[in-house]
Design a protein around this ligand. Structure first.
Ligand code: ADP
Ligand code: MG
Ligand code: ZN
Length: 476
Protein backbone atom coordinates (compact mmCIF):
# COMPACT_ATOMS: atom_id res chain seq x y z
CA UNK A 1 0.00 0.00 0.00
CA UNK A 2 1.10 3.53 -0.70
CA UNK A 3 0.97 5.67 2.44
CA UNK A 4 1.43 9.35 3.10
CA UNK A 5 3.04 10.47 6.34
CA UNK A 6 1.65 13.37 8.40
CA UNK A 7 3.78 15.00 11.07
CA UNK A 8 3.14 17.89 13.47
CA UNK A 9 5.65 19.01 16.11
CA UNK A 10 5.35 20.59 19.53
CA UNK A 11 8.59 22.30 20.49
CA UNK A 12 9.52 23.60 23.93
CA UNK A 13 12.28 26.19 24.07
CA UNK A 14 13.75 27.54 27.28
CA UNK A 15 13.98 31.33 27.26
CA UNK A 16 17.43 32.69 28.02
CA UNK A 17 16.49 35.01 30.89
CA UNK A 18 18.59 35.36 34.06
CA UNK A 19 15.59 34.81 36.31
CA UNK A 20 12.49 32.60 36.27
CA UNK A 21 9.16 33.56 34.75
CA UNK A 22 7.26 34.41 37.96
CA UNK A 23 9.96 34.98 40.60
CA UNK A 24 13.52 36.29 40.95
CA UNK A 25 15.27 32.88 41.23
CA UNK A 26 18.19 32.13 38.91
CA UNK A 27 17.65 29.97 35.82
CA UNK A 28 21.26 28.79 35.69
CA UNK A 29 21.68 25.10 34.78
CA UNK A 30 23.63 22.68 36.94
CA UNK A 31 23.37 24.31 40.41
CA UNK A 32 23.11 22.24 43.61
CA UNK A 33 19.62 20.67 43.82
CA UNK A 34 16.91 22.99 45.16
CA UNK A 35 19.32 25.90 45.63
CA UNK A 36 17.47 28.04 43.06
CA UNK A 37 14.08 28.05 44.72
CA UNK A 38 11.85 30.41 46.71
CA UNK A 39 8.30 30.29 48.11
CA UNK A 40 6.88 31.38 44.72
CA UNK A 41 8.43 28.65 42.56
CA UNK A 42 7.95 26.09 45.36
CA UNK A 43 4.24 26.88 45.20
CA UNK A 44 3.79 27.80 48.87
CA UNK A 45 0.32 28.95 49.93
CA UNK A 46 -0.29 32.68 49.84
CA UNK A 47 2.44 33.66 47.38
CA UNK A 48 1.78 35.62 44.20
CA UNK A 49 3.53 35.23 40.84
CA UNK A 50 4.89 38.36 39.12
CA UNK A 51 5.44 38.07 35.36
CA UNK A 52 8.96 38.58 33.99
CA UNK A 53 8.49 41.11 31.16
CA UNK A 54 11.56 39.83 29.34
CA UNK A 55 9.88 36.45 28.78
CA UNK A 56 7.01 38.19 27.00
CA UNK A 57 9.42 40.19 24.83
CA UNK A 58 11.48 37.10 23.93
CA UNK A 59 8.32 35.20 23.02
CA UNK A 60 7.22 38.17 20.91
CA UNK A 61 10.54 38.05 19.05
CA UNK A 62 10.01 34.40 18.17
CA UNK A 63 6.43 35.11 17.13
CA UNK A 64 7.55 37.89 14.77
CA UNK A 65 10.44 35.84 13.40
CA UNK A 66 8.00 33.04 12.51
CA UNK A 67 5.42 35.35 10.90
CA UNK A 68 2.81 34.94 13.64
CA UNK A 69 0.05 37.35 14.54
CA UNK A 70 0.58 38.60 18.10
CA UNK A 71 -2.73 38.77 19.92
CA UNK A 72 -3.70 42.16 21.39
CA UNK A 73 -4.47 40.43 24.65
CA UNK A 74 -3.54 37.04 26.03
CA UNK A 75 -3.75 35.36 29.41
CA UNK A 76 -2.26 32.65 31.58
CA UNK A 77 -4.21 29.55 32.53
CA UNK A 78 -3.71 26.82 35.11
CA UNK A 79 -3.09 23.35 33.74
CA UNK A 80 -4.00 21.09 36.63
CA UNK A 81 -2.36 17.75 37.30
CA UNK A 82 -0.46 16.04 40.08
CA UNK A 83 3.16 15.04 39.83
CA UNK A 84 5.99 15.14 42.40
CA UNK A 85 8.00 17.60 40.29
CA UNK A 86 5.07 20.05 40.25
CA UNK A 87 4.68 21.40 43.78
CA UNK A 88 1.69 23.68 43.07
CA UNK A 89 -0.41 20.88 41.55
CA UNK A 90 -0.79 22.98 38.41
CA UNK A 91 1.44 24.42 35.74
CA UNK A 92 0.96 28.04 34.69
CA UNK A 93 0.59 27.96 30.91
CA UNK A 94 -1.56 29.55 28.22
CA UNK A 95 -4.61 27.86 26.76
CA UNK A 96 -7.61 29.64 25.29
CA UNK A 97 -5.75 32.92 24.67
CA UNK A 98 -2.16 32.29 23.62
CA UNK A 99 0.41 34.99 22.86
CA UNK A 100 0.57 34.41 19.11
CA UNK A 101 -1.01 32.37 16.29
CA UNK A 102 -1.12 31.72 12.53
CA UNK A 103 2.57 31.83 11.64
CA UNK A 104 4.79 29.84 9.33
CA UNK A 105 8.37 28.84 8.63
CA UNK A 106 9.74 28.43 5.10
CA UNK A 107 11.80 25.34 4.32
CA UNK A 108 13.91 25.08 1.24
CA UNK A 109 14.98 21.82 -0.36
CA UNK A 110 16.61 21.69 -3.78
CA UNK A 111 15.46 25.22 -4.52
CA UNK A 112 11.84 24.36 -3.74
CA UNK A 113 10.10 26.22 -0.90
CA UNK A 114 7.64 24.60 1.51
CA UNK A 115 5.57 26.49 4.08
CA UNK A 116 5.14 24.82 7.46
CA UNK A 117 2.32 26.42 9.42
CA UNK A 118 2.66 27.41 13.06
CA UNK A 119 -0.59 27.03 14.93
CA UNK A 120 0.41 28.92 18.05
CA UNK A 121 3.19 30.09 20.33
CA UNK A 122 2.51 30.37 24.03
CA UNK A 123 4.43 30.99 27.23
CA UNK A 124 4.57 28.67 30.24
CA UNK A 125 6.65 27.65 33.22
CA UNK A 126 8.74 24.49 33.32
CA UNK A 127 8.26 21.76 35.94
CA UNK A 128 11.02 20.37 38.21
CA UNK A 129 13.05 17.22 37.71
CA UNK A 130 12.97 13.79 39.32
CA UNK A 131 16.27 12.01 39.84
CA UNK A 132 15.99 8.27 40.13
CA UNK A 133 18.66 6.54 42.21
CA UNK A 134 20.30 3.81 40.15
CA UNK A 135 21.16 1.59 43.12
CA UNK A 136 18.37 2.16 45.61
CA UNK A 137 14.61 2.21 45.17
CA UNK A 138 14.34 5.97 45.82
CA UNK A 139 13.80 9.10 43.76
CA UNK A 140 14.81 12.65 44.54
CA UNK A 141 13.21 15.84 43.43
CA UNK A 142 15.12 18.91 42.23
CA UNK A 143 12.96 22.01 41.89
CA UNK A 144 15.57 24.33 40.39
CA UNK A 145 13.80 24.03 37.06
CA UNK A 146 10.29 24.83 38.33
CA UNK A 147 9.32 28.23 36.99
CA UNK A 148 12.03 28.38 34.35
CA UNK A 149 10.45 30.18 31.34
CA UNK A 150 9.48 28.20 28.25
CA UNK A 151 7.73 28.92 25.03
CA UNK A 152 5.84 26.17 23.25
CA UNK A 153 5.70 26.32 19.47
CA UNK A 154 2.97 24.12 18.00
CA UNK A 155 3.09 23.37 14.29
CA UNK A 156 0.29 22.47 11.92
CA UNK A 157 0.33 18.84 10.71
CA UNK A 158 2.17 20.07 7.61
CA UNK A 159 5.27 17.91 7.45
CA UNK A 160 5.35 14.90 5.15
CA UNK A 161 8.55 13.04 6.05
CA UNK A 162 10.98 12.56 8.95
CA UNK A 163 13.65 14.51 7.01
CA UNK A 164 11.27 17.41 6.62
CA UNK A 165 10.50 17.30 10.35
CA UNK A 166 14.21 17.39 11.16
CA UNK A 167 14.67 20.22 8.71
CA UNK A 168 11.85 22.24 10.30
CA UNK A 169 13.33 21.62 13.75
CA UNK A 170 16.75 22.83 12.61
CA UNK A 171 15.18 26.00 11.20
CA UNK A 172 13.35 26.72 14.47
CA UNK A 173 16.50 26.02 16.45
CA UNK A 174 18.52 28.30 14.22
CA UNK A 175 16.01 31.16 14.58
CA UNK A 176 15.92 30.84 18.39
CA UNK A 177 19.69 30.88 18.64
CA UNK A 178 20.03 33.78 16.19
CA UNK A 179 17.51 35.76 18.23
CA UNK A 180 19.64 34.99 21.32
CA UNK A 181 16.52 34.05 23.27
CA UNK A 182 17.42 30.34 23.76
CA UNK A 183 20.78 28.59 24.08
CA UNK A 184 19.45 25.70 21.97
CA UNK A 185 21.18 23.04 24.07
CA UNK A 186 19.26 19.83 23.35
CA UNK A 187 21.18 17.69 25.83
CA UNK A 188 20.39 20.01 28.73
CA UNK A 189 16.80 20.17 27.52
CA UNK A 190 16.72 23.84 26.51
CA UNK A 191 15.21 22.74 23.19
CA UNK A 192 12.91 19.72 23.21
CA UNK A 193 10.40 18.29 20.84
CA UNK A 194 7.33 16.04 20.94
CA UNK A 195 6.52 14.58 17.55
CA UNK A 196 2.97 13.69 16.43
CA UNK A 197 2.77 11.29 13.53
CA UNK A 198 0.12 9.45 11.55
CA UNK A 199 -0.19 7.77 8.16
CA UNK A 200 -3.00 7.62 5.62
CA UNK A 201 -3.44 5.90 2.25
CA UNK A 202 -2.26 8.36 -0.40
CA UNK A 203 -5.24 10.30 -1.75
CA UNK A 204 -7.31 10.02 1.45
CA UNK A 205 -8.47 13.37 2.83
CA UNK A 206 -8.95 12.54 6.52
CA UNK A 207 -5.97 12.21 8.78
CA UNK A 208 -5.19 8.86 10.31
CA UNK A 209 -4.92 8.25 14.07
CA UNK A 210 -1.74 9.80 15.44
CA UNK A 211 0.71 8.80 18.10
CA UNK A 212 2.84 11.26 20.05
CA UNK A 213 6.54 10.53 20.47
CA UNK A 214 8.60 11.84 23.38
CA UNK A 215 12.12 11.58 24.72
CA UNK A 216 14.26 12.38 21.67
CA UNK A 217 17.20 14.59 22.55
CA UNK A 218 18.79 15.26 19.16
CA UNK A 219 17.70 16.08 15.63
CA UNK A 220 18.91 12.67 14.53
CA UNK A 221 16.87 10.89 17.16
CA UNK A 222 13.72 12.78 16.21
CA UNK A 223 14.23 11.56 12.67
CA UNK A 224 15.04 8.00 13.73
CA UNK A 225 12.05 7.81 16.08
CA UNK A 226 9.71 9.03 13.34
CA UNK A 227 11.14 6.56 10.82
CA UNK A 228 10.62 3.69 13.24
CA UNK A 229 7.13 4.82 14.17
CA UNK A 230 5.99 5.18 10.55
CA UNK A 231 7.16 1.62 9.81
CA UNK A 232 5.38 0.37 12.91
CA UNK A 233 2.11 2.07 11.93
CA UNK A 234 2.36 0.79 8.36
CA UNK A 235 2.91 -2.74 9.60
CA UNK A 236 -0.21 -2.49 11.78
CA UNK A 237 -2.42 -1.16 9.00
CA UNK A 238 -1.13 -3.64 6.44
CA UNK A 239 -1.91 -6.46 8.83
CA UNK A 240 -5.48 -5.36 9.42
CA UNK A 241 -4.84 -3.85 12.85
CA UNK A 242 -5.46 -0.27 13.95
CA UNK A 243 -3.20 2.44 15.31
CA UNK A 244 -4.25 3.57 18.77
CA UNK A 245 -3.89 7.17 19.86
CA UNK A 246 -1.26 7.18 22.56
CA UNK A 247 1.98 8.68 23.81
CA UNK A 248 5.07 6.61 23.04
CA UNK A 249 8.60 6.88 24.40
CA UNK A 250 11.64 6.68 22.15
CA UNK A 251 14.32 4.30 23.38
CA UNK A 252 17.59 5.48 21.93
CA UNK A 253 19.60 2.37 22.78
CA UNK A 254 17.04 -0.08 21.36
CA UNK A 255 15.99 2.16 18.48
CA UNK A 256 12.29 1.58 19.16
CA UNK A 257 9.23 3.40 20.54
CA UNK A 258 7.06 1.87 23.25
CA UNK A 259 3.72 2.82 24.72
CA UNK A 260 3.79 5.20 27.70
CA UNK A 261 0.13 6.06 28.10
CA UNK A 262 -3.01 5.67 26.01
CA UNK A 263 -5.65 8.27 25.27
CA UNK A 264 -7.88 6.80 27.99
CA UNK A 265 -5.18 7.54 30.53
CA UNK A 266 -4.70 11.08 29.21
CA UNK A 267 -5.22 13.85 31.73
CA UNK A 268 -8.15 16.17 31.82
CA UNK A 269 -6.24 19.27 32.82
CA UNK A 270 -9.25 21.38 33.79
CA UNK A 271 -7.70 24.54 32.41
CA UNK A 272 -9.01 27.83 33.77
CA UNK A 273 -7.64 31.41 33.70
CA UNK A 274 -5.10 31.96 36.48
CA UNK A 275 -6.76 34.40 38.91
CA UNK A 276 -3.35 35.53 40.23
CA UNK A 277 -2.23 36.98 36.89
CA UNK A 278 -3.86 39.78 34.92
CA UNK A 279 -4.29 39.50 31.13
CA UNK A 280 -1.36 40.86 29.11
CA UNK A 281 -2.24 43.71 26.78
CA UNK A 282 0.11 44.18 23.82
CA UNK A 283 -0.30 47.36 21.80
CA UNK A 284 1.09 48.14 18.33
CA UNK A 285 3.84 50.36 19.73
CA UNK A 286 5.24 47.48 21.77
CA UNK A 287 5.15 45.11 18.80
CA UNK A 288 6.86 47.77 16.67
CA UNK A 289 9.61 48.26 19.25
CA UNK A 290 10.30 44.52 19.42
CA UNK A 291 10.22 44.25 15.63
CA UNK A 292 12.91 46.91 15.38
CA UNK A 293 15.10 44.94 17.78
CA UNK A 294 15.09 41.81 15.59
CA UNK A 295 18.51 40.91 14.19
CA UNK A 296 19.09 39.81 10.61
CA UNK A 297 17.65 36.29 10.42
CA UNK A 298 19.33 33.32 8.71
CA UNK A 299 17.44 33.35 5.38
CA UNK A 300 18.15 37.07 4.86
CA UNK A 301 21.76 36.58 5.87
CA UNK A 302 22.19 33.70 3.44
CA UNK A 303 20.74 35.73 0.61
CA UNK A 304 23.04 38.65 1.40
CA UNK A 305 26.11 36.40 1.62
CA UNK A 306 25.44 34.93 -1.81
CA UNK A 307 24.90 38.39 -3.30
CA UNK A 308 27.71 40.29 -1.58
CA UNK A 309 30.42 37.64 -1.44
CA UNK A 310 29.62 35.52 -4.51
CA UNK A 311 30.49 32.31 -2.68
CA UNK A 312 28.83 28.92 -3.31
CA UNK A 313 25.57 28.07 -1.53
CA UNK A 314 27.37 25.28 0.28
CA UNK A 315 29.84 27.74 1.85
CA UNK A 316 27.01 30.08 2.77
CA UNK A 317 25.19 27.25 4.52
CA UNK A 318 28.20 26.30 6.61
CA UNK A 319 29.18 29.87 7.45
CA UNK A 320 25.71 31.00 8.51
CA UNK A 321 24.87 27.89 10.50
CA UNK A 322 26.40 29.65 13.50
CA UNK A 323 25.81 33.37 13.98
CA UNK A 324 29.22 33.86 15.60
CA UNK A 325 30.93 32.09 12.70
CA UNK A 326 29.12 34.32 10.20
CA UNK A 327 30.28 37.38 12.13
CA UNK A 328 33.86 36.10 12.23
CA UNK A 329 33.80 35.46 8.49
CA UNK A 330 32.47 38.92 7.73
CA UNK A 331 35.25 40.51 9.77
CA UNK A 332 37.91 38.54 7.91
CA UNK A 333 36.46 39.47 4.52
CA UNK A 334 36.17 43.13 5.48
CA UNK A 335 39.91 43.14 6.19
CA UNK A 336 41.26 41.06 3.29
CA UNK A 337 38.53 41.41 0.66
CA UNK A 338 38.97 37.81 -0.53
CA UNK A 339 35.59 36.16 0.16
CA UNK A 340 36.23 32.73 -1.35
CA UNK A 341 39.78 32.41 -0.05
CA UNK A 342 38.59 33.42 3.42
CA UNK A 343 35.77 30.88 3.27
CA UNK A 344 38.20 28.11 2.27
CA UNK A 345 40.57 28.77 5.16
CA UNK A 346 37.77 29.14 7.67
CA UNK A 347 35.80 26.06 6.59
CA UNK A 348 38.94 24.04 6.00
CA UNK A 349 41.82 24.37 8.43
CA UNK A 350 40.30 26.61 11.10
CA UNK A 351 37.11 24.61 11.55
CA UNK A 352 39.04 21.36 11.51
CA UNK A 353 41.18 22.58 14.43
CA UNK A 354 38.09 23.77 16.30
CA UNK A 355 36.24 20.50 15.72
CA UNK A 356 39.20 18.45 16.89
CA UNK A 357 39.26 20.43 20.14
CA UNK A 358 35.45 20.62 20.39
CA UNK A 359 35.70 24.39 20.52
CA UNK A 360 33.30 26.96 19.15
CA UNK A 361 34.40 29.86 16.96
CA UNK A 362 34.07 32.10 20.05
CA UNK A 363 36.98 30.20 21.57
CA UNK A 364 39.16 30.35 18.46
CA UNK A 365 42.69 31.53 19.31
CA UNK A 366 43.11 32.98 15.80
CA UNK A 367 41.80 36.54 15.63
CA UNK A 368 39.94 37.54 12.47
CA UNK A 369 42.65 40.16 11.82
CA UNK A 370 45.34 37.47 11.88
CA UNK A 371 43.53 35.24 9.39
CA UNK A 372 42.97 38.26 7.13
CA UNK A 373 46.67 39.20 7.40
CA UNK A 374 47.71 35.69 6.47
CA UNK A 375 45.46 35.73 3.40
CA UNK A 376 46.99 39.06 2.39
CA UNK A 377 50.50 37.63 2.77
CA UNK A 378 49.60 34.77 0.42
CA UNK A 379 48.12 37.17 -2.11
CA UNK A 380 51.22 39.35 -2.00
CA UNK A 381 53.36 36.28 -2.59
CA UNK A 382 55.23 36.69 0.69
CA UNK A 383 54.35 33.11 1.65
CA UNK A 384 53.15 30.15 -0.38
CA UNK A 385 49.87 28.34 0.21
CA UNK A 386 51.90 25.44 1.57
CA UNK A 387 53.71 27.65 4.07
CA UNK A 388 50.39 29.17 5.04
CA UNK A 389 49.21 25.70 6.12
CA UNK A 390 52.05 25.68 8.62
CA UNK A 391 51.44 29.28 9.63
CA UNK A 392 47.73 28.81 10.29
CA UNK A 393 48.39 25.80 12.48
CA UNK A 394 50.90 27.82 14.49
CA UNK A 395 48.51 30.73 14.74
CA UNK A 396 45.93 28.35 16.19
CA UNK A 397 48.38 26.83 18.65
CA UNK A 398 49.97 30.08 19.84
CA UNK A 399 47.50 32.85 19.05
CA UNK A 400 50.37 34.79 17.46
CA UNK A 401 50.08 36.94 14.35
CA UNK A 402 51.22 35.49 11.00
CA UNK A 403 53.96 38.13 10.76
CA UNK A 404 55.45 37.00 14.08
CA UNK A 405 55.35 33.33 13.07
CA UNK A 406 56.92 33.94 9.66
CA UNK A 407 59.74 35.89 11.27
CA UNK A 408 60.38 33.27 13.96
CA UNK A 409 60.41 30.38 11.50
CA UNK A 410 62.23 32.16 8.70
CA UNK A 411 59.38 31.27 6.36
CA UNK A 412 60.08 33.61 3.49
CA UNK A 413 59.12 32.69 -0.01
CA UNK A 414 61.81 32.77 -2.69
CA UNK A 415 60.66 35.29 -5.26
CA UNK A 416 64.17 36.12 -6.48
CA UNK A 417 64.28 35.12 -10.16
CA UNK A 418 68.04 34.78 -10.28
CA UNK A 419 68.10 32.29 -7.45
CA UNK A 420 65.35 30.20 -9.01
CA UNK A 421 66.93 30.22 -12.47
CA UNK A 422 70.11 28.86 -10.91
CA UNK A 423 68.22 26.02 -9.22
CA UNK A 424 66.26 25.16 -12.37
CA UNK A 425 69.39 25.14 -14.53
CA UNK A 426 71.06 22.48 -12.41
CA UNK A 427 67.85 20.41 -12.25
CA UNK A 428 67.56 20.47 -16.05
CA UNK A 429 71.18 19.40 -16.38
CA UNK A 430 70.75 16.52 -13.96
CA UNK A 431 67.55 15.22 -15.61
CA UNK A 432 68.21 15.21 -19.34
CA UNK A 433 66.12 12.09 -19.97
CA UNK A 434 63.00 13.80 -18.61
CA UNK A 435 63.76 16.94 -20.60
CA UNK A 436 63.75 14.87 -23.79
CA UNK A 437 60.45 13.24 -22.78
CA UNK A 438 58.89 16.62 -22.08
CA UNK A 439 60.04 18.11 -25.34
CA UNK A 440 58.75 14.96 -27.08
CA UNK A 441 55.24 15.91 -25.93
CA UNK A 442 54.94 14.14 -22.57
CA UNK A 443 53.55 17.09 -20.66
CA UNK A 444 52.98 15.14 -17.47
CA UNK A 445 56.72 15.32 -16.80
CA UNK A 446 56.23 19.02 -16.06
CA UNK A 447 54.94 18.13 -12.61
CA UNK A 448 58.12 16.18 -11.96
CA UNK A 449 60.20 19.33 -12.58
CA UNK A 450 57.97 21.45 -10.32
CA UNK A 451 58.47 18.85 -7.61
CA UNK A 452 62.23 18.90 -8.07
CA UNK A 453 62.39 22.68 -7.76
CA UNK A 454 60.24 22.64 -4.64
CA UNK A 455 62.44 19.94 -3.16
CA UNK A 456 65.60 21.90 -3.93
CA UNK A 457 64.16 25.06 -2.37
CA UNK A 458 62.59 23.24 0.59
CA UNK A 459 59.16 24.32 -0.60
CA UNK A 460 59.98 27.98 -0.37
CA UNK A 461 59.86 28.83 -4.04
CA UNK A 462 56.98 30.96 -5.27
CA UNK A 463 54.94 28.36 -7.23
CA UNK A 464 53.67 30.78 -9.84
CA UNK A 465 57.17 31.99 -10.63
CA UNK A 466 58.47 28.41 -10.75
CA UNK A 467 55.79 27.57 -13.30
CA UNK A 468 56.62 30.51 -15.50
CA UNK A 469 60.38 29.94 -15.40
CA UNK A 470 60.11 26.20 -15.98
CA UNK A 471 57.89 26.66 -19.02
CA UNK A 472 60.35 29.11 -20.51
CA UNK A 473 63.50 27.16 -19.72
CA UNK A 474 62.17 23.71 -20.68
CA UNK A 475 61.06 25.04 -24.03
CA UNK A 476 64.77 25.24 -24.74
P1 ADP B 1 -2.80 17.94 21.91
O1 ADP B 1 -3.44 19.08 22.59
O2 ADP B 1 -3.36 16.62 22.27
O3 ADP B 1 -1.32 17.95 22.00
P2 ADP B 1 -3.12 19.26 19.32
O4 ADP B 1 -4.38 19.31 18.54
O5 ADP B 1 -2.67 20.49 19.98
O6 ADP B 1 -3.22 18.07 20.36
O7 ADP B 1 -2.00 18.76 18.33
C1 ADP B 1 -0.70 18.58 18.72
C2 ADP B 1 0.18 18.40 17.50
O8 ADP B 1 -0.24 17.26 16.77
C3 ADP B 1 0.16 19.56 16.55
O9 ADP B 1 1.49 19.86 16.21
C4 ADP B 1 -0.58 19.03 15.34
O10 ADP B 1 -0.07 19.58 14.14
C5 ADP B 1 -0.29 17.55 15.40
N1 ADP B 1 -1.34 16.71 14.80
C6 ADP B 1 -2.66 16.79 14.96
N2 ADP B 1 -3.29 15.81 14.28
C7 ADP B 1 -2.33 15.06 13.68
C8 ADP B 1 -2.35 13.90 12.84
N3 ADP B 1 -3.46 13.28 12.51
N4 ADP B 1 -1.16 13.42 12.41
C9 ADP B 1 -0.01 14.01 12.77
N5 ADP B 1 0.06 15.08 13.55
C10 ADP B 1 -1.08 15.63 14.00
MG1 MG C 1 0.49 17.19 22.73
ZN1 ZN D 1 11.66 31.21 42.89
Amino acid sequence: MDFETIIGLEVHAQMLTDTKIFCGCSTKFGAAPNSHTCPVCLGMPGVLPVLNKKVVEYAMKMALATNCVINKSCEFARKNYFYPDLPKGYQISQYAYPLAEHGYVLLETNGEQRKIGITRIHMEEDAGKLLHDEHNPVSYVDLNRTGVPLIEIVSEPDMRSPEEAADYLKRLHEILVYLEICDGNMEEGSFRCDANVSIRPRGQKEYGTRTELKNMNSFRNVQRALEYEIKRQQYLVENGETVVQETRLWDDAQGVTSSMRSKEEAHDYRYFPDPDLVPIMIDDAWVKKINEELPELPPAKRERFIKDYQIPAYDVGVLTADKALALYYEEVVKLCNKPKVASNWLMGDVMRFLNEDKRSIRECPIKPESLADMIKLIEEGAISGKMAKEVVEDMYKTGKSPQEIIKEKGLVQITDEGELVKAITSIIEANQAQVVEYRGGKEKVFGFFVGQVMKATKGKANPQLVNELLKKMLAG
